[in-house]
Ligand binder design. Sequence first.
Ligand SMILES: NC(=O)C1=CN([C@@H]2O[C@H](COP(=O)(O)OP(=O)(O)OC[C@H]3O[C@@H](n4cnc5c(N)ncnc54)[C@H](OP(=O)(O)O)[C@@H]3O)[C@@H](O)[C@H]2O)C=CC1
Ligand SMILES: O=C(CO)COP(=O)(O)O
Length: 351
Amino acid sequence: MQEKKEAIAVIGAGSWGTALAMVLVDNGHEVRLWSHNEAQVQEINQYHTNKKYLPEIILPDLIAGYASLRDALAGINTVILAVPTKAIREVLGKMRAVQSTPLIIAHVSKGIEPDTLLRVSELIKEEMPNELLEAVVVLSGPSHAEEVSKRHPTTVTVSSEDMAAAEKIQDLFINLNFRVYTNPDVIGVEIGGALKNIIALAAGITDGLGYGDNAKAALMTRGLAEIARLGTKMGANPLTFSGLTGIGDLIVTCTSVHSRNWRAGNLLGKGKNLEEVLDNMGMVVEGVRTTKAAYQLSKKYNVSMPITCVLYDVLFNGKNAKDAVDVLMARGKTHEMEDLVNILEERTQED
Ligand SMILES: NC(=O)C1=CN([C@@H]2O[C@H](COP(=O)(O)OP(=O)(O)OC[C@H]3O[C@@H](n4cnc5c(N)ncnc54)[C@H](OP(=O)(O)O)[C@@H]3O)[C@@H](O)[C@H]2O)C=CC1
Ligand SMILES: O=C(CO)COP(=O)(O)O
């Protein structure tokens, strides 16, 4: 399927960076997997494992671990940026310091920065000077690293303001186990990928409370409704939320034991406190910061996001999880689709 082979730097050797490095090696590319942790780089090069993040997996020999960012980026045109949203600015600062030629940066992070309310592609454009940035691409969709690393069938979507760059990333990754679609709606793809983590935390909480499948289906459906309302108000195509990076990712994250967001929520629902939960997770739980950002976005855009708002109170204001569910169930009567219809009508009038 794939013709042109090239050297690619994957920046971040957590679960997702490592699994994506495997896909690229399967497609015949030279892969340089950078980590800020030298011991981990040694483990990757000597033992071909990454025990902390993918304990069951033997990595292909052709994944080369790099501790030097300068060496990892030497002569490179395409970077896969696979660190948590919180680390993006720091890592881009380090890249800026050693880079002199323009890069296509394909990010795979699912978050929004609180306070600035920037999406990850916007953060990248803010941190990287124009002369170092050929294009920014986002790769997102229902894709747990644990399953991708076992080469189980997976589908994702790539999006960019530069669709030629998105198609390049599609070509680099697509194979018979990893099917890559394109979608030009960057806002919708990034908002869907980031905000599904909020709903996964909430779904974990109701599972932890022992509420079962009706409650989870309600959260997923009404969660998607509030994601679509906000995203559409921000300029996304509402259809994107019925695609892989919307409902697709929401399903996988709310229903899989692999999801760190669902697992964190589940522990919260069982009565553990947030600090304890995050300390024990050992991997990123993006939904916590994203809840803060989405809460702020809902105020900025004046969009009703009841699930996000009660989760915000659970995470940051000490609200009891069961009381939070009661608040949602006791809300005033409302129409299922009216708000989204109104937002779409407003948009038509503005055009
Ligand atoms: N895991 C998955 O299945 C998927 C994850 N994603 C998204 O990908 C992004 C990365 O997640 P994931 O790989 O799962 O996260 P992990 O927690 O598994 O790994 C994070 C990696 O980033 C490194 N890191 C953290 N902070 C910094 C920093 N300041 N500088 C350099 N490196 C840093 C960590 O290093 P250290 O070990 O030293 O902490 C670790 O190698 C997230 O936004 C996530 O939502 C998207 C799709 C699937
Ligand atoms: O985004 C993911 C799957 O598509 C991974 O979700 P978690 O970060 O909750 O593990």
